[in-house]
Ligand binder design. Sequence first.
Ligand code: AMP
Length: 509
Amino acid sequence: MYEQNHLAGRLRAASIGRDDAPFLKNHQTGQTVTYGAFFANAECMAKVLADHGVAPGDRVAVQAPKTQAMLELYVGCVLAGAVFLPLNTAYTGAEIEYFLGDAEPALLVCDPAKEAALAPLARSAGVGAVLTVDAREKGTLTEARDRQTPGFEAVARGGDDLAAILYTSGTTGRSKGAMLSHRALASNAQTLKEYWQFTSDDVLIHALPIFHTHGLFVATNVTLMAGSSCIFMAAFDAERIRDYMRGATVLMGVPTFYVRLLETEGLAEATRGMRLFVSGSAPLLAETHDRWRAVTGHAILERYGMTETNMNSSNTYDGERRAGTVGFALPGVEIIVTDPDTGAELPLGEVGVLEVRGPNVFSGYWRMPEKTAEELRGNGFFITGDLARIDDDGYITIVGRAKDLIITGGYNVYPKEIELLIDDVSGVAESAVIGVPHPDFGEAVVAVVVPEPGSAVTEDAIMSAIAPALARFKQPKKLIFRDELPRNTMGKVQKKELREIHGDLFEAG
Ligand code: AMP
């Protein structure tokens, strides 16, 4: 019934004949949902979509709290041949208006609390219907689901057909909708399942948001494809996660998860039965990696990916998980580093722009052919905009974002090089190095430093510690102390915000 649908067939394969096996333990209700019950609900969701006129290829936009019903809706979309379009729950009405106008979805699903504000926007964007679901799974969407009976003939879809559009967080300019095909999602989940050795015995702690590639595709698709189960949490909660670890095997997190978990008591004992800790979406400090290992005995496995490409590289399961690196290109994925000016491939050891090619790579930006042509080469390589280095032994290190590159007095400065040195100074918790406008140098290097709690580390102490290792032009012209760095929900430091706050440091006068 599912085989003619490329992605649905693969998500269901491991649980056929195992309908009684657990798929999800709902953290809020305490109920365990079996594979059979989950897919039955997803089939009902597919019928709801069809009833509301959603045709194959139509977009279904969703801005709703993280619930099991949203996962059912995702799989329901795949079954119906529709394109799932999840939106960050933090987006405002004005932002949603842009996405609705750009994607022209046939249906919008939102939190009932936002319906009054969003329904008029949906109407003017020509969206056919609005359904609701709240954090307790109440709303017109789940009511309509419960009126259906399971059983749905999956709409035939091939590898090239679209399964989802995810808007990139877009730190500059308009957000772009990354079009993800059935093949891109299915092939990546299959690769990760094998690379990280997932089996039906695994129990994943799922505490990531599901409007983003990490929680939606990496965590959910890998669990489904392996026939594993997950403990499904609405949000991150360090103490609860620590307690759940006693009955789990894998945690997937962003780096801040690990930093917060390290502050909990009893971590060594709680992690004893765990098999794997994965980190990604933002750089994991080597110091966090080392502290985690010292406390728990486990080496966190860091991987690297992005909305447009799914996962590209990973440290290995059996080999050395090297702190500060993102491991090797995944099987079937090619990674090269190129000169930012000429696009020529660079030798090992040199820093350049990371480019990636493989079945995991997206199909282009929704209705933005020029943007697509700028970033996706004719030969299939996607220009990620990340700056990276591949060492002689193949380990890949992400050095920063091309747009965070600082050009001061004509010299290129990679913030990461300076951040690593500052982070090593005793009394420093972390740092972010940015470029701000400067009348003489074009841009000046500025370091924003977060001291460890109670530390009295000074500007002089930091400067004298790092200066011997840095050419004069790389040394920060100014150090700014802050209690914390601004971060988004995926744990990414918001350098744009820092540049805005500190943009006038060197203004004339
Ligand atoms: P997103 O599309 O929101 O998932 O963001 C993707 C970006 O996150 C990548 O282009 C990288 O800049 C960053 N990123 C993801 N994983 C890592 C990692 N392990 N280390 C460093 N940066 C990462």
